[in-house]
Design a protein around this ligand. Structure first.
Ligand SMILES: [Zn+2]
Length: 200
């Protein structure tokens, strides 16, 4: 991997209790991403680079829930334990939390949908986004595609994402879609190494 940017940001997508084993919309092995993401988070912190966390933050009667005709069980309801970030996830004090999906009648898989994320990144002069989190086939995919549409370089950490796979191979298709849109796959260890090697 080469250094393509002087203004990278880390974007950690929806690593919340409900998406991890034991949660209401658990992703198989979802919490595996936590220790890997923590290493990347620390590497970004050491360089004082911006870190953003998105979270699903739904009202109790959100449109995506089955009782309202959506496809999901209730999950990440505002203020409930299931909406908390995974307890093992490192959240630096300087990190920015972006809440999405917080209006009753609008779904928002992407961290850019209905939020000020794009504006915040552009104010900071960010041109490259390192992406990881949950889930590959929904929120990570949609966030990556919106980031590309907004003109950012996108690098997704393949070992830091996990898929719902409601239909077999949804995760693989999502990865193909992201690559087709110009997002580049990388391993989290490469990112950590890269940040260490370009330490100023
Ligand atoms: Zn949701």
């Amino acid at each position: 991997m080469e250094v393509t940017s002087t203004h990278p940001a880390l974007l950690v997508v929806d690593v919340q209790v409900d998406f991890c084993p034991g949660g209401s919309l658990a992703v198989k092995n979802g919490s595996d991403v936590v220790p890997r993401l923590n290493r990347v988070i620390k590497a970004f912190e050491r360089r004082s680079l911006p870190i953003f966390f998105t979270r699903d933050w739904h009202p109790a009667d959100h449109i995506s829930f089955r009782r309202r005709g959506g496809i999901w069980p209730p999950h990440c309801v505002q203020g409930t334990p299931g909406a908390e970030f995974h307890p093992g996830l490192r959240i630096p004090a300087a990190a920015v939390v972006i809440s999405k999906g917080n209006s009753r009648n609008a779904e928002a898989y992407s961290g850019f949908r209905g939020t000020d994320l794009e504006e915040r990144l552009k104010i900071l002069g960010i041109d490259e986004i390192f992406l990881g989190g949950l889930t590959t086939d929904y929120c990570v995919r949609e966030t990556a595609l919106d980031a590309r549409d907004a003109g950012f370089s996108v690098i997704f950490m393949e070992d830091c994402i996990r898929a719902v796979d409601a239909r077999p191979r949804d995760g693989d298709r999502a990865i193909a879609d992201m690559r087709k849109a110009g997002a580049k796959p990388v391993s989290s260890s490469e990112v950590v190494k890269l940040l260490a090697s370009t330490q100023q």
